[in-house]
Design a protein around this ligand. Structure first.
Ligand code: 13P
Ligand code: SF4
Length: 310
């Protein structure tokens, strides 16, 4: 009988009491085999709450690390060991210590796209879905915001606090420029343009809305326009097309492809389960430090939801 990789993944999942989490940018086949598909915030929350012994995290390293920090009792597997995030690599723990020395007493808010060592030096974590809420919840007129300066500029527009930024970027979103947006908008009649706040400020300005990847699904459903242009990683198109059948979904530019997010194939998910690899292990002392900013973010997220009545 032919080897059916999907069936084998299902069998191993049951055998090992495992769940598969996949980020919205993963390839279609991986999204389809996953138990949960979501943005960074949703996946961090689900990873903590889900009842399972093992989490197979189809995404990039910082996401699997966050799950390992939040769930020390679970085995967290990253199917492709070198699936990293160039944005997270723009800052090291020593850089955060230097910033804290330069700006003593100013709280540090760190985007979840960062290493466990950087989180361990931080006061708060945030994702693109809650960065504004997290910054506004802090009792300080100034905040150090790292490492994405585009997301930082986006937050700066929405807060009265003064943000001190780090010059890091997502190589994928930062590649897109205003000309790309104007070109695609000129081709399609009356489109609704949704971008990720990791885009350049002038790109955000040229779009209708900037939001987290999962919020993009809501935005695409909500708009009356028939054409939706996405200015984010191209995996998002499949995610939205599954839920929004009556609109044409376009990705703004072929530049919008994250090679790291595309590394994980079904074969790697199978191998991860079969061989229980690659396990993400975080040293306990550093895990305890990194847990503090992550827990604060989850608490702020909970309060924001209560206030919004959802
Ligand atoms: P989201 O948290 O919006 O899913 O973004 C994650 C990411 O890596 C964007 O490039
Ligand atoms: Fe990192 Fe950008 Fe890829 Fe997201 S899209 S994982 S921020 S490089």
């Amino acid at each position: 009988m032919a080897f059916d990789i999907r069936k084998e993944i299902e069998r191993l999942k049951r055998e090992k009491n495992a769940v598969i989490l996949a980020h919205n940018y993963q390839i279609k086949e991986v999204q389809e085999i996953a138990d949960f598909v979501g943005d960074s915030f949703e996946l961090a929350k689900i990873g903590k709450e889900v009842e399972a012994e093992t989490i197979v995290f189809c995404g990039v390293r910082f996401m699997a690390e966050s799950a390992a920090i939040l769930s020390p009792d679970k085995k967290v597997l990253l199917p492709v060991e070198d699936a990293g995030c160039p944005l997270a690599d723009t800052i090291k723990a020593k850089d955060v210590r230097a910033l804290k020395e330069t700006y003593p007493g100013i709280p540090v808010v760190t985007y979840i796209n960062s290493s466990v060592e950087v989180k361990a030096e931080s006061d708060y974590c945030c994702t693109s879905s809650n960065a504004v809420d997290v910054v506004n919840s802090i009792d300080s007129d100034e905040v150090i915001f790292i490492p994405d300066s585009n997301l930082g500029s986006f937050v700066q527009e929405k807060t009265d606090k003064k943000l001190i930024l780090w010059d890091g970027h997502c190589t994928v979103h930062h590649r897109v420029n205003v000309e790309d947006i104007l070109r695609i908008k000129a081709i399609y009649d009356d489109p609704y343009v949704i971008c990720h706040p990791e885009c350049r400020p002038e790109v955000v300005e040229a779009c209708d809305v900037a939001c987290s990847t999962s919020k993009m699904i809501e935005e695409a459903k909500k708009t009356d326009k028939k054409i939706v242009i996405l200015v984010t990683e191209e995996g998002m198109r499949h995610r939205i097309e599954k839920e929004v059948k009556d609109k044409l979904i376009i990705v703004a530019s072929p530049k919008l492809m994250c090679v790291n997010m595309k590394k994980t194939k079904l074969q790697h998910v199978y191998e991860a389960l079969a061989l229980e690899q690659t396990e993400i292990k975080v040293e306990e002392e550093i895990r305890e430090k990194a847990l503090i900013p992550l827990k604060r973010m989850l608490e702020i997220g909970k309060k924001a939801k209560q206030l919004a009545g959802v």
